[in-house]
Design a binder for this molecule. Structure first.
Ligand code: HEC
Ligand code: HEC
Length: 480
């Protein structure tokens, strides 16, 4: 029995080696060699390739350990908090107009983002629909930034949230847009982040005029965070099912002491549990399985951690340094600055000119599934993203919204002129190394190896079949 299984294992291994070789020879395009395969040649090539792959593996392991890339953690969560968080995440009751849920822009059907460059928040004409099916309401803006994926945000390595890092817990110091109104129970960036979408007028809360149609959150002053959170808790606690779910999730907190921070803690527990994944080919390789990565992905990884220098910013276990850099990404959308319509990035948080146009380095797990990419979704292909990194000047000045931006109604919202381009390029943080087409292809192979297997199938369980308010964001548009 034992012998037999060893034989089968060897047989399978031989087929795999043969397959890898055939693919390699195919890529090399050496037709003569392929047609004239002789036994001796096969052995020679086999040994050569074995040697080469050991060599790649030892170089790569060295780089990964120098870079401190360790298996990613998913802290375990209280199941009652996860269940409450799941309901809240998919429930449109959290939006002033009851038409937008967290899931609207971070849906499990669209890999925790919305598959749009810029999304559509509250005031929509199609509250039950997500992504390309969601129609902007009259007089409403696009949300000014790209909805990022939220994979692995529960890892303890995180100390920042948002594209401009405006919420953070760096060195134990908690910073957020709410200043000292932020409740003290919140300790992680993910919990802190969940307090803010409900306060944003574009994303979930609604415009002042929405107060006339029964939106009690819309009338509250923008700076009164506590007022908004309290009003939301009144809404939630009016629902008997939510009262029971909060009691089960926070048995030690008296009902009178429950605040929106408890909702945020539950949402973060759910996000951590549902979207924490650690078995992409890359993760398995980091965990010690040398066969988990394809040969191309390994070559791409050597570039990523070596000559292409990607890991100087996409570093460590999360593949981000959580610092801010200016890549001179084309400006598009309503912007964050009401006067210029531009997005100045980190500058908007610190007011320091050295932070102009800087955005936080994105983490890259599942990145191949979460386009369009960059802080405003300016690019719809990973090749374009990589080319932009290697030559931002050329990419910025030749940016073609008609080709690179797939949402037609965003194309007229691209802002570009010579002076602006020069200003953005002045402080650019990537220096145009050159990457030929083959290297770009290998880097893309590496980026693809960061995706968890069967991602969509695994996200299928994440959506509940109903939520306590009856306002489930199931993402499926109603047909007339
Ligand atoms: C209308 C779309 C929209 C809705 C609704 C929305 N988000 Fe987001 N989300 C975004 C955008 C856009 C950003 C990036 C904003 C920025 O960085 O300035 C973001 C950022 C985040 C981040 C930060 C990720 C990171 O990398 O730092 C998390 C986590 C998140 N959202 C979770 C939530 C939760 C939880 C809710 C509900 C309470 C929610 N979102 C509602 C669009 C949305
Ligand atoms: C100087 C730091 C830096 C270096 C070096 C760098 N990146 Fe980036 N990368 C960033 C920042 C910052 C962004 C987001 C920029 C923005 O949106 O304005 C980004 C965005 C990306 C994205 C899009 C992710 C998303 O979710 O939108 C990918 C993919 C990416 N980088 C891959 C790479 C690769 C591959 C390399 C090496 C060729 C590389 N990066 C080198 C800082 C860097």
């Amino acid at each position: 029995m034992r012998c037999r299984s060893i034989f089968i294992a060897e047989f399978v291994a031989a087929i795999v080696v043969f397959f890898i070789l055939a693919v390699e020879v195919g890529f090399a395009g050496d037709r003569e060699n392929r047609s004239g395969f002789r036994r001796g040649q096969f052995e020679q090539q086999s040994q050569g390739s074995q040697h080469q792959s050991n060599d790649i593996d030892s170089r790569l392991s060295r780089m990964l350990s120098q870079q401190n890339v360790t298996p990613i953690d998913t802290p375990s969560q209280d199941p009652n908090q996860v269940i409450l968080g799941q309901a809240l995440f998919f429930d449109r009751i959290l939006s002033g107009n009851r038409d937008t849920a967290c899931a609207t822009c971070h849906h499990s059907l669209t890999a925790t983002s919305d598959a749009l460059a810029l999304g559509v928040g509250t005031g929509t004409e199609t509250p039950e629909a997500i992504s390309i099916f969601r129609v902007r309401g009259e007089g409403r803006h696009f949300v000014p930034r790209n909805a990022p994926d939220i994979f692995n945000r529960g890892s303890t390595h995180w100390h920042t949230a948002f594209w401009d890092g405006r919420a953070s817990t760096t060195d134990g110091v908690i910073i957020s847009p709410a200043g000292d109104q932020l409740p003290s129970e919140l300790t992680t960036p993910l919990q802190i982040q969940a307090m803010f979408p409900v306060t944003s007028r574009d994303e979930m809360r609604g415009l002042v005029e929405d107060a006339a149609s029964g939106n009690e959150l819309a009338a509250i002053d923008d700076s009164d965070f506590t007022g908004i959170w309290n009003a939301l808790m009144v809404r939630l606690m009016a629902n008997e099912t939510y009262r029971e779910m909060f009691a089960a999730a926070f048995p030690d907190v008296a009902e009178a002491d429950l605040g929106f921070q408890h909702a945020a803690i539950a949402i973060a527990a759910f996000e951590t549990e549902a979207f924490g994944m650690n078995d992409s080919p890359f993760d398995r390789y980091v965990g010690g399985d040398a066969n988990a990565l394809s040969h191309d992905a390994k070559k791409g990884a050597l570039l990523f951690y070596g000559s292409a220098n990607c890991a100087s910013c996409h570093s460590g276990t999360l593949l981000t340094d959580q610092q801010h850099h200016n890549l001179a990404v084309p400006q598009l959308g309503p912007g964050k600055d009401p006067v210029s319509g531009l997005d100045f990035g980190r500058f908007g948080v610190t007011g320091e000119s050295q932070d102009l146009f800087k955005f936080r380095t994105p983490a890259l797990r599942n990145v191949a599934e979460t386009g369009p990419w960059m802080h405003n979704g300016a690019f719809s292909s990973l090749e374009d993203v990589i080319r932009h990194h290697t030559n931002p000047q050329q990419s910025l000045t030749s940016y073609d919204p008609g080709v690179q931006l797939f949402q037609p109604d965003l194309r007229e919202l691209v802002i570009s002129d010579e002076a602006l381009n020069e200003w953005m390029l002045e402080g650019v943080d990537v220096d145009g190394g050159s990457l030929d087409g083959n290297r770009v292809r290998l880097l893309v192979a590496f980026l693809q190896s960061l995706s968890a297997p069967d991602l969509q199938a695994r996200l299928d369980w994440v959506m509940p079949s109903s939520v306590p308010s009856g306002l489930l964001e199931d993402g499926i548009p109603e047909m007339d």
